[in-house]
Write a protein that binds this ligand. Structure first.
Ligand code: ATP
Ligand code: MG
Length: 331
């Protein structure tokens, strides 16, 4: 069984939502599946980028993935632009995608409306098709992502099925692997919005590479309702529910156990303790990231080996696709 997933190098640091919603699953799945994980730099240029910063963020992203536990002995860890088949398959799939179909993607509508539709790039519009190419190239059965990616995954499935119907069995139809409990981590200052690299204000997002003391402070200042009781009620107490979700995921303690532990105590105790849990987890993580970044030559070697493994699979799929659509093989 194959797994593929990717993350954008669009910020200096990943955030807690990325980790709990997706990256933790990446690490778990590598024990039981053949896993391909990439830093999707082609996706990152759908919004404006500074070339030097993008290069730096790409390395930092790879270092964070290694520090989280992505193991190059198990997983092919690579940079998307090192495998040209992603862009090549994307073109073919774009020609199978309806204009209206692409226009219904809610993430495009959100991000484009923020930039103004005239300024949003065509790349931002076709982004979900490139994502389908990322997945279908590896014949992935499962794609570990957060809830916000469900609609894009549905498009990948539709494109795989459409292509198979039209040209004969070519692609595995992928399933989203979304772990319900942590599928959507919310902004600490606005518990109705998802924690996001590009949309969250500084106080709403826990960055894995920021000063851990700052993260603990953000947790202590998280928006909660006027009540006192620590109970899990996502409708009535979305802020507290979000903190309990994070606490439970980081400690592997069940929500009911945490509710019992905080009976008779208040939000202040919960926030203070969660801040400490976070500091204890993130401090050694940051040390590991630093040591991966200190040895750039080794990091680049890991990425080169990952790209080579990825290309073996990707080039086979692309050759098949090119035959199927009727391209003349080079003589
Ligand atoms: P951007 O705002 O630039 O789109 P992002 O925070 O959404 O950044 P991505 O690189 O787009 O990060 O997503 C990486 C992975 O993290 C995806 O699988 C996505 O579903 C997941 N993810 C992102 N935000 C959250 C969140 N708040 N809760 C759970 N999972 C999340
Ligand atoms: Mg995103």
């Amino acid at each position: 069984m194959r797994v593929l997933s990717g993350i954008q190098p669009t910020a200096d640091s990943f955030h807690l939502g990325n980790y709990l919603g997706a990256l933790r699953q990446w690490v778990r799945l590598q024990e039981t599946h053949e896993t391909f994980y990439c830093v999707v730099d082609l996706h990152a240029i759908t919004v404006e980028q500074d070339p030097k910063v993008l290069r730096e963020r790409t390395r930092r992203s790879a270092a964070q993935l290694l520090a989280i536990g992505v193991d190059p002995a198990h997983s092919a860890l690579f940079v998307q632009s090192h495998v040209p088949e992603h862009a090549q398959l994307s073109w073919v799939l774009e020609c199978q995608t309806g204009f209206g179909e692409a226009g219904r993607m809610t993430q495009f509508k959100d991000k484009a409306s923020k930039q103004g539709t005239d300024r949003a790039s065509v790349g931002l519009f076709t982004y979900p098709v490139l994502q389908a190419a990322d997945i279908l190239l590896y014949q992935a059965n499962a794609v570990p992502v957060g809830e916000d990616q469900r609609q894009h995954l549905e498009l990948s499935r539709n494109l795989a099925q459409r292509f198979n119907n039209r040209f004969g069995a070519t692609f595995t139809v992928p399933e989203p692997h979304i772990v319900k409990d942590t599928a959507k981590i919310y902004d600490l200052q606005d518990p109705s919005a998802k924690m996001s690299k590009s949309a969250s204000a500084a106080g709403g997002i826990v960055e894995l590479l920021e000063d851990p003391k700052r993260s603990a402070k953000k947790i202590r200042s998280a928006v909660t309702d006027a009540g006192r009781e620590v109970i899990y009620d996502p409708e009535g107490k979305p802020g507290v529910a979000n903190l309990l979700t994070i606490y439970s995921a980081l400690t592997e303690r069940g929500i009911a156990e945490l509710e019992a532990a905080y009976e008779g105590k208040g939000y202040g105790d919960l926030k203070k303790d969660l801040g400490e849990v976070l500091v204890d987890w993130v401090t050694p993580f940051q040390e590991r990231v630093r040591s991966y970044l200190d040895d750039r030559a080794e990091l680049d070697k890991v990425l080169a080996a990952g790209a080579e493994r990825a290309r073996e699979v990707a080039s086979r799929t692309l050759a098949k696709v090119y035959r199927r659509v009727g391209f003349l093989p080079p003589g």
